[in-house]
Design a protein around this ligand. Structure first.
Ligand code: FAS
Ligand code: PHB
Length: 401
């Protein structure tokens, strides 16, 4: 027996993209159902991004889920670039007319969005199995899935693929329609969450011959740090002592000391760049990691997901309210303009700051020269700053007449 249901927008995936899209639509009276493969605990526990662009902060506050973000988020007006034992501040807010970033973990964004969704009473189903799309070439698509052993069919006007890089939505688009671009990097990040106050007021991105290191944070009591490791590195090879020793070496700076503390979590993340286009096929729209991936050096992944669904929500509201289709027709091209800018910036930050084992001494000299230029030229620092804090989120044409 199959249980049939109907909604306006079927959202596959309850990561930041799917949850924020659902929240934006709900606030405009548009019905949606969110289908998530994993459990609520799994979604809320995944430690991922940590930095919100100005535009993402504004969207979350406008969407009515910004209360904790405003109370607990740490507003940063700059970052440090550290190399050859010297620290260089990039005053991003000064260089961008006051735009800042907010340090607020993706885990907290997801918790805030799940709480808002459950409080709204709008459908959000966790642990959906065998999710599959049907009829996306038509204007009557549907999603089949199993929940608690019961087969379901969700009929919708539109399906949004917010199911990440490994989801089922992008693969539902025929190969002869989709074009993909990508590259993998010859290194990865080992990230730790440590119960110790940060040893810095703003993020430190460090270039060092032993490899890249990043000092970030989650609060004034919780530090988040990363070291570049080999692509085949395993956690078992990285006891706490080795991690702290590498961080001490790579973040070394005269008159400064890194505070150590108990490590409560450690994980290894591969580094890749990826884009799939178009981000629309028939009645299926892709958003977030389902369509694109960036190396985390530029802190863009989560923010790109927010930019996509901000555009998509406005276009969908216009479609359901007044039958306007301009926003939906222009959705993919509008998103991809920002996606490719973020792709380049993320590649540029990654190439400037990581030691590529396949590169040579000449390559390291070029990196040093680039770092010296960015930390001595206002023009170069402004370019980094406006990309890091994020260009203003583009809005759907219909939303502004
Ligand atoms: P997500 O992958 O977050 O969410 C997709 C959701 O869809 C998941 O909950 C998944 O369970 C669900 N799903 C998958 N298949 C499904 C199916 N068949 N049916 C139903 N649901 C399904 N970005 C940064 O900016 N900074 C960082 O430091 C950073 N670190 C990262 C570390 C890791 C390990 C990873 C993987 C990513 C990291 N990112 C980082 C990028 C990350 O933050 C993403 O950009 C962000 O999670 C994108 O959000 P979504 O598009 O919602 O995708
Ligand atoms: C993080 O805090 O997790 C973080 C911050 C900046 C990055 C990547 C990750 O570029």
């Amino acid at each position: 027996m199959t249980v049939a249901a109907r909604t306006q927008v079927a959202i596959v995936g309850a990561g930041p993209a799917g949850l924020l899209l659902g929240q934006l639509l709900h606030r405009q009276g548009i019905e949606s159902v969110i289908l998530e493969a994993r459990s609520r605990d799994y979604c809320e526990a995944r430690i991922r991004a940590g930095v919100l662009e100005q535009g993402m902060r504004e969207v979350l506050i406008e969407a009515g889920v910004g209360e904790r973000l405003e109370q607990e988020g740490l507003i940063h007006g700059g970052i440090y670039l550290r190399f050859d034992g010297e620290n260089h501040h990039i005053p991003m807010s000064e260089l961008t007319g006051g735009r800042c970033v907010t340090v607020y973990g993706q885990t907290e964004v997801v918790k805030d969005l799940i709480e808002a969704r459950l409080d709204s009473g709008a459908p959000l189903h966790f642990e959906c199995a065998s999710v599959a799309l049907h009829g996306i070439e038509t204007d009557a698509p549907r999603v089949s899935y199993e929940l608690d052993g019961v087969a379901h069919e969700l009929h919708a006007d539109v399906i949004t693929g917010c199911d990440g890089f490994h989801g089922v939505c992008r693969p539902s688009i025929p190969d002869d329609v989709l074009t993909t671009w990508g590259r993998s990097y010859p290194f990865a990040w080992l990230g730790i969450l440590a119960d110790v106050a940060p040893s810095t007021d703003e993020l430190i991105y460090a270039w060092h011959p032993r490899g890249f290191a990043l000092h970030s944070m989650r609060s004034l009591e919780l530090s988040r740090l990363y070291v570049q490791v080999a692509t085949d590195a395993e956690i078992a090879e990285w006891p706490d002592e080795r991690i702290w020793s590498e961080l001490d070496a790579r973040l070394q700076c005269d008159g400064w000391e890194l505070q150590h503390g108990p490590i409560r979590e450690k994980s290894i993340t591969p580094m890749r760049s990826f884009v799939a286009a178009p981000m629309r096929y028939g009645s299926l729209f892709l958003a977030g990691d389902a369509a694109h991936i960036v190396p985390p050096t530029g802190a863009k992944g989560l923010n790109l997901a927010g930019a996509d669904v901000t555009l998509l929500a406005e276009a969908l509201v216009d479609r359901f309210r007044s039958g306007g289709v301009t926003g939906l027709e222009e959705y993919s091209d509008s998103c991809l303009r920002r996606v490719w800018r973020a792709q380049h910036f993320s590649w540029w930050m990654t190439s400037m700051l990581h030691i590529d084992p396949t590169d040579d001494a000449y390559g390291m000299q070029l990196q040093r020269s680039q770092l010296a230029y960015v930390t001595s030229s206002t023009a170069a620092a402004t370019s980094l700053a406006e990309n890091y804090v994020g260009l203003p989120f583009e809005r759907a044409p219909a939303a502004h007449g």
